[in-house]
Design a protein around this ligand. Structure first.
Ligand code: HIF
Length: 266
């Protein structure tokens, strides 16, 4: 097809297109904000992973509402869900990157930041695709209370993760993320890290008294079906990394529509 574009126009277009799809430059900027002396254990990685998961974990497969599309945690209603306490730190850490790359949606940035953080902390490469859009109204927020409550055990965990469409095996794989980061008294009421290396992603399961385990984490050991899968992962880091990567990738796709199609295949 003939166009009236000159060479300069074409160059401008290519430059514009390249810039708008340069997710590697965004990844590099995310890597740069991970080391953060003076914040927690010196890394923003864990709180960025928590932001990505909480943005996605509101998904309800029965109504196809919630999920990582929309970045509705920008609005006061969702930000003030007690389950999201402390995630304002993660959102603030990412704000300069949004300013540097205004073309990326918050929904893509928050999920990509979680993926980059996992990789940089020594975890697996989680599949990630761009294309999320930001919702613009507070009324687009899913109802509060959809995220899990750490005080509860296996029944509650199954209720919440089955609602998102996960299996028992995927639930156990995902729960491996509780080897990174820590709890904060002023955010959740709990306190302390899960492991001695809270900025390294591992398949370490620690039943040591000195470290923290939420009632929800204990469910993995108490429930016989969960425990069986825990034992597999404890002995097979490769299987854990593979399954974690697919389950976390699936989590970040929940509620995502691209070009009018539901849940794009990775
Ligand atoms: Fe967490 N989670 N999570 N979580 N979570 C906390 C912290 C992190 C649950 C509760 C808590 C997942 C599932 C569940 C991370 C990542 C994931 C805290 C502490 C609580 C209470 C918050 C604070 O005080 O700062 C419950 C009940 C879950 C379901 C059973 C996911 C699988 C493990 C989906 C997941 O990826 C990360 C990372 C942190 C650490 C955040 C930090 O700031 O260090």
């Amino acid at each position: 097809r003939k166009t009236n574009l000159g060479v300069q126009d074409k160059c401008d277009f290519l430059e514009y297109y390249w810039e708008r799809t340069n997710y590697n430059a965004v990844r590099d900027s995310i890597k740069q904000i991970l080391p953060q002396p003076g914040y927690d254990d010196g890394s923003t990685g864990p709180v960025l992973v928590r932001l990505a998961w909480h943005a996605a974990g509101t998904y309800d497969m029965h109504t196809n509402t919630g999920g990582s599309n929309g970045a509705t945690m920008r609005f006061a209603m969702e930000a003030s869900d007690p389950a999201n306490a402390g995630l304002e730190y993660a959102r603030k850490f990412l704000e300069p990157i949004k300013h540097k790359f205004p073309w990326i949606s918050y929904a893509d940035l928050w999920t990509l930041a979680g993926v980059v953080a996992i990789e940089e902390m020594g975890g697996p490469v989680v599949p990630w695709k761009p294309g999320r859009t930001d919702k613009t109204q507070e009324s687009d927020c899913p109802p509060n209370g959809r995220l899990p409550d750490a005080a509860h055990t296996q029944q509650h965990i199954r209720d919440v993760f089955y609602r998102m469409g996960f299996t028992d095996r995927e639930i156990v794989a995902l729960m491996g993320a509780h080897t990174i980061g820590r709890c904060h008294k002023d955010r959740s009421g709990y306190d302390g890290p899960w492991t001695y290396t809270p900025t390294r992603f591992s398949n370490q399961l620690d039943e040591d008294d000195e470290l923290m385990m939420l009632p929800a984490d204990m469910a993995l050991i108490i429930d016989p079906k969960f425990r069986e899968i825990v034992n597999i992962y404890a002995q097979d880091k490769k299987a854990f990394f593979n399954d974690f990567a697919s389950a976390f990738g699936k989590l970040l796709e929940l509620g995502v529509t691209r070009n009018g199609n539901d849940v794009a295949k990775l």
